[in-house]
Design a protein around this ligand. Structure first.
Ligand SMILES: Cc1cc2nc3c(=O)[nH]c(=O)nc-3n(C[C@H](O)[C@H](O)[C@H](O)COP(=O)(O)OP(=O)(O)OC[C@H]3O[C@@H](n4cnc5c(N)ncnc54)[C@H](O)[C@@H]3O)c2cc1C
Ligand code: FES
Ligand code: FES
Length: 494
């Protein structure tokens, strides 16, 4: 094993912090407010839903496609400090410089973008991220784009109009970027140094199991630790469970510093998505070959969740309404699992789920990568939720298909939200071959759905409603195929 440290190293607003024991086990929001004296960051929902706790984080160990180290927004209320070893954090307190408000803060004042002010620090962070990402040109800062950047920020009293105007007020405003101020070469190299070292810390809790945390810095170190604790990637699932008091474990292994988990490559027609890729990175990587699914990620959670949550966490969490799983099922993805000592196992995702939240993975195994074969099939992805943005699906559907001379020559179709696990609809797949996508086909699909599905009723929808949605989505897809072919005919006649 490499040299080991017993504390976390983190830069917050340009100051280096060495964080030990139970403080390293706190959520970042709690650490900021109660240990670092930075109470500008607010805690409201503590579930990643409202954005009041947003901060900017630059991971110095994120070498995907040689991208430079840069800031992204995350929710600090569900992020344990130990998961950020070697990171550079900027909070709302550091946006202003030389006693002057930042451009974002000034624009919020000018447009009267705050009333009670509770959401305002989070809004200022998201708008600073917008400015940082886009450089602030008139083409980039437009209302629709500002809205997308703000999907993870809930304002209960001001209303969004002045906030969007504040965003648009940033066009062409010159100021030194946060990257220039806080990601200096010396800062980055000091913190990057920290990511080369393994970390282990533990502490006792009266009447409870002691806490133990391992943060390996290399694949070799990780293999020696597998099985000792619960793996943590972005903590967007586990962080919520922990805040709700539903996390039984007391031993954890953070995967944030393993460079190999960040690799995304295409070899011989096979896309290999490292398990450490965050949702925004997956979206970027899949844009060329699976653009329909990549675009559907716009409706996945919020920017703050996508910047740190992973596809791997989505797969292992095994929720029957996980947005990633139906897509992987219809494209016959395989999961590359590694056990202690690096022993490899490839499992088709269709064999991975064994019941509600039951997966075919041993406690000393890790999901290392998702293997996705390229194909030339047409793809469709649908998600129905109670609101458009930042919501979990009531039901979702992925379809991969091919039509030859107007009839189906290939169809794979999988629903989420209709059973204990995401479900391939093989009965529909086999009845489709050689058939036209027409009203009769839709009616036969509805019969197959009646026979195969028995969805649960819960807060997101009754069983009856979900059955109706499943049938309606098939109809929607068939109508879309028809519209597309009419459009093709019209274009050919022009
Ligand atoms: C506000 C909010 C909105 C959300 N919106 C959506 C949504 O729209 N759609 C959706 O599908 N989900 C959504 N989620 C759920 C969640 O964000 C995703 O499931 C995410 O992909 C989880 O990834 P993670 O890296 O954060 O997982 P973590 O929380 O780190 O881990 C989740 C599980 O995976 C295990 N794990 C993590 N990495 C590995 C690995 N490499 N090998 C083995 N086990 C591993 C952990 O032990 C744990 O059991 C939302 C969550 C929040 C808080
Ligand atoms: S406090 Fe609501 S997202 Fe963190
Ligand atoms: S200003 Fe009150 S919640 Fe936004």
């Amino acid at each position: 094993m490499k040299m080991s440290r017993d504390h976390i190293i983190l830069s917050i607003n340009g100051r280096q912090h060495e964080i030990r024991g139970e403080h390293a086990f706190m959520n970042l929001s709690e650490y900021l407010r109660y240990q670092a004296g930075l109470a500008g960051t607010k805690i409201v929902c503590a579930e990643g839903d409202c954005g009041a706790c947003s901060v900017l984080v630059a991971k110095t160990s994120d070498p995907i496609r040689d991208q430079p180290v840069k800031f992204k927004s995350i929710n600090s209320c569900i992020q344990p400090v130990f998961n950020l070893d070697g990171c550079i954090v900027v909070t709302v307190e550091a946006l202003a410089s030389a006693k002057e408000l930042s451009a974002v803060q000034q624009s919020m004042v000018d447009q009267q973008g705050a009333q009670c002010g509770y959401c305002t620090p989070g809004i200022c962070i998201s708008l600073s991220y917008l400015k940082e990402q886009t450089g602030g040109t008139a083409e980039e800062i437009i209302p629709s784009k500002a809205k997308n950047f703000l999907t993870g920020n809930l304002c209960r009293c001001t209303g969004y109009e002045p906030i969007i105007k504040a965003a648009c007020g940033l066009v062409d405003v010159k100021e030194s970027s946060l990257s220039k101020r806080f990601l200096t070469a010396s800062q980055v190299s000091t913190l990057k140094g920290a990511t080369q070292t393994d970390v282990y810390f533990g502490f006792n809790r009266p009447g409870l199991e002691p806490i133990e945390v391992w943060i390996p810095s290399s694949k070799e170190s990780l293999f020696g630790m597998l099985g000792k604790g619960r793996l943590i990637s972005g903590a967007t699932d586990l962080g919520v469970q922990r805040n709700k008091g539903r996390l039984g474990e007391s031993r954890f292994i953070s995967l944030q510093k393993i460079a190999e988990l960040k690799q995304a490559v295409v070899t011989n027609g096979l896309l290999r998505i490292g398990a450490g890729l965050t949702w925004d990175q997956v979206q970027d990587f899949l844009q060329d070959d699976f653009s329909d699914f990549a675009d559907s990620i716009n409706l996945f959670a919020s920017p703050q969740i996508k910047h740190i949550g992973t596809l791997a966490g989505n797969i292992i969490n095994a929720s029957p309404i996980a947005d990633g799983v139906p897509f992987l099922l219809v494209n016959e993805a395989e999961l590359l699992l590694l056990g202690s000592g690096g022993k490899e196992r490839r499992v088709p995702i269709s064999d991975f789920y064994q019941g509600y939240k039951k997966i075919g993975m041993a406690s000393d195994e890790i999901l290392w990568a998702v293997l996705l074969p390229k194909n030339k099939l047409k793809q469709r992805v649908y998600k129905v939720s109670q609101r458009k943005d930042l919501d979990i699906a009531t039901i979702n559907l992925a379809i991969a298909y091919e039509l030859k001379e107007g009839v189906f020559s290939h169809l794979k179709l999988a629903f989420g939200g209709v059973a204990e696990t995401s479900l391939r609809m093989t009965s529909i797949e086999s009845l489709a071959l050689g058939r036209k996508p027409d009203a009769l086909f839709v009616a036969d699909c509805a019969k197959a759905i009646d026979l195969a599905l028995r969805p649960l009723s819960d807060v997101r929808g009754s069983s009856k409603y979900r059955m109706l949605l499943a049938k309606n989505l098939i109809q929607k897809w068939v109508v879309e195929i028809d519209l597309e072919s009419q459009q093709n005919v019209n274009e050919a006649n022009v």
